[in-house]
Unconditional design. Structure first.
Length: 370
């Protein structure tokens, strides 16, 4: 989750409203017009101590509106050294609110090159997808860009697709009967918990990575398990709840022969797009067991398995897969994140995927850094 701080600035809008030239009756007969020089009788205009016939003032001395070009005979507004009729200024120059479209008077907010009344800005600002209140200051976003207040619990995120589980984003959430976890409604709709459906997806994953990690169909067994069963299989020191699948190998002597058994346990109820990626990850571990590569460093073992998952996520072309790949590329985990990026660099993206297998087999050449 990345904190984001909105950048809004509160400004005070100001313009100079200047009174109109005074039109007053002549009080003496010796007044002469400052334009034509003739004597003034009757009403006249006085500006800066000088008197003008109203017609002379309008034609030659009155300031011109920078918008309409007509003389300004009543109140005028001066803005940035130019004169305006109040109406012309209000309709064309005064900042307008980007929400309501009305002219702005007094304080206003500038954000993203647009102007807002403070109240309108509060209304139009981003709102938390959890509580619906405006987001002011720092807030968090999920992998899909859905914003929410940092005060909300982060376990609101779906453990599979990483979306905030609300009605507006994922149509809510459910407790999965397949694994006992709270997941979003979108992932629940695509959940796989029947063995036949899972077998088809695992078989598809095995065929799609066979050029990278060839695994015979009869070289392993597998089952779908719930969350508690999967956690019970996790090795000591592993943080509970992080694994979606576990591969365990066992060698035993029977009748003078060594029997190698490999068993894969995968979390039941995964959405189909994620089950395929998890299957690819575990099949990479099956290949490692078949090659007797149990001494691989964690970044080699998990990084290469994550690379297999990446290839299927990329090929799937789903938005969920794209979000998952982005998280993999940013993961700080030294085995899964750093190891994956090492494998990705070694393979040149997807151009030379076979390099990952070859380097693991010969035991040298694994990148030192991603």
């Amino acid at each position: 989750m990345k904190p984001f701080r909105a950048g809004a600035h509160l400004l005070l809008f100001a313009a100079l409203l200047t009174a109109a030239a005074a039109i007053i009756p002549a009080l003496a007969s010796d007044l002469s017009c400052g334009v034509c020089g003739k004597a003034i009788t009757g009403r006249y205009v006085e500006v800066d101590g000088k008197a003008y016939h109203p017609q002379c003032y309008e034609q030659y001395r009155a300031p011109r509106c920078a918008v309409c070009g007509k003389p300004i005979l009543e109140s005028r507004i001066v803005w940035e050294g130019k004169d305006y009729h109040p109406d012309c200024y209000r309709e064309t120059i005064r900042p307008r609110c980007a929400v309501c479209g009305k002219p702005i008077v007094g304080q206003y907010v500038v954000e993203g090159g647009k102007n807002y009344h403070p109240a309108c800005h509060r209304t139009r600002s981003l709102k938390c997808v959890v509580c619906g209140e405006p987001l002011e200051g720092s807030y968090l976003t999920d992998g899909w860009g859905n914003p929410f207040h940092a005060r909300h619990e982060e376990d609101l995120l779906c453990p599979f697709c990483n979306q905030v589980m609300t009605v507006s984003t994922t149509h809510g959430s459910f407790i999965s009967t397949a694994n006992g976890m709270r997941i979003c409604a979108l992932c629940a709709r695509r959940a796989v918990s029947r063995r036949g459906e899972a077998a088809a997806i695992i078989g598809k994953a095995r065929r799609r990575i066979r050029d990278l990690f060839p695994v015979p169909e009869d070289s392993f067994t597998w089952e779908l398990v719930d969350k508690l069963q999967l956690e019970a299989l996790e090795p000591p020191g592993q943080t509970p709840g992080e694994e979606l699948g576990i591969t365990l190998g066992e060698r035993m002597r029977r009748g003078g022969k060594t029997i190698h058994r490999i068993h894969v346990s995968i979390l039941s109820g995964l959405p189909d797009w994620l089950l395929e990626a998890v299957a690819a990850h575990e099949l990479a571990h099956v290949w490692q067991e078949l090659q007797d590569l149990n001494s691989l460093a964690p970044d080699e073992s998990e990084g290469s398995a994550e690379y297999a998952a990446y290839l299927l996520l990329k090929a799937g072309g789903t938005e969920e897969g794209r979000i998952k790949i982005a998280a993999m590329k940013e993961s700080k985990d030294p085995a899964y994140g750093l190891g994956f990026r090492k494998a990705l660099r070694l393979a040149g993206g997807e151009a030379h995927a076979e390099r990952v297998r070859l380097v693991l087999q010969v035991g040298r050449g694994w990148p030192a850094s991603p």
